[in-house]
Design a binder for this molecule. Structure first.
Ligand code: SF4
Length: 255
């Protein structure tokens, strides 16, 4: 059974269209509702309740989170069935601590195995990549359960970014918070391959294998490089990994 079905919701998507997407609870354990506008829609609670009544056991909200500063609103979402929050942090997101604290207020609420699972998604950008360790340290003060560092700013090259990721990941290990990366291939993550989220879960980036992949020991567990990235930067920075003690461990982990 696949873990989560992704449902994208903007300000204008009709409710019935969202509802029509909720027909496969048997093949998905949960739903992740993605979109900054969801929490501002008048029918937000109705959407969450509809997911719940459609039979999905788990509901995750992925949002920039500003509206989640309102404690009453967070409680309503929890009452409606939301158990997991993934807060997407923008560079201008100044209310991080308040959002996280509001959700943490409800820790242990109601259900025996319930603790609002709180994850942060941080975009690695041209402007922040040299300070990504500091950004992670700041978010760790908010008692998050997991941090995803995702790469989608193609104004900077992946190989320029990766030297700064080790500090961020090590900081997480010291504090026992899982830090994972997204959209950076295994060949650029020497020694930190287990932190590449794509080996564990499906995503929706469109990728392709490049010249180096043919001889790479990770080829069966790596889908290659995002197509748009290769159009901008080519594939010269990716080198086949010819030998790795991790290669066998990486196969078959994805769900
Ligand atoms: S398969 Fe290609 S992109 Fe993936 S790790 Fe190997 S060389 Fe890098």
């Amino acid at each position: 059974m696949l873990k989560f079905k992704r449902i994208y919701i903007d300000a204008d998507r009709p409710f019935d269209d969202i509802k029509n997407d909720l027909t496969d609870a048997g093949s998905h354990e949960g739903v992740v509702l993605i979109g900054d506008y969801l929490v501002y829609r008048e029918d937000c609670m109705k959407v969450v309740e509809t997911v719940k009544s459609a039979g999905y056991k788990r509901i995750r909200i992925q949002s920039t989170g500003h509206k989640l500063q309102e404690a009453g609103f967070v409680q309503e979402l929890i009452d409606a069935g939301v158990f997991q929050y993934e807060i997407e942090l923008s560079e201008f997101h100044t209310d991080v601590a308040q959002v996280f604290n509001n959700i943490r207020m409800f820790e242990g609420y109601g259900q025996p195995d319930f603790s609002p699972y709180l994850a942060a998604r941080i975009s690695i950008t041209k402007n922040n990549f040299t300070r990504i360790g500091d950004v992670v340290r700041m978010v760790l003060q908010c008692r998050t359960d997991r941090i995803t560092l995702f790469f989608d700013d193609y104004d900077v090259k992946m190989s320029d970014v990766t030297p700064y990721l080790s500090l961020a990941i090590e900081t997480g290990l010291l504090t026992q918070v899982w830090i994972q990366t997204e959209n950076i291939p295994l060949c650029l993550m020497d020694g930190y391959e287990h932190h590449v989220s794509e080996i564990y879960m499906e995503d929706e980036w469109e990728r392709k294998h490049v010249a180096a992949c043919g001889k790479c020991v990770y080829k069966t567990s790596c889908e290659g490089i995002e197509v748009e990235y290769t159009k901008m930067h080519g594939d010269g920075e990716f080198k086949a990994v010819l030998k790795s003690g991790y290669a066998k461990e990486m196969v078959g982990l994805r769900r």
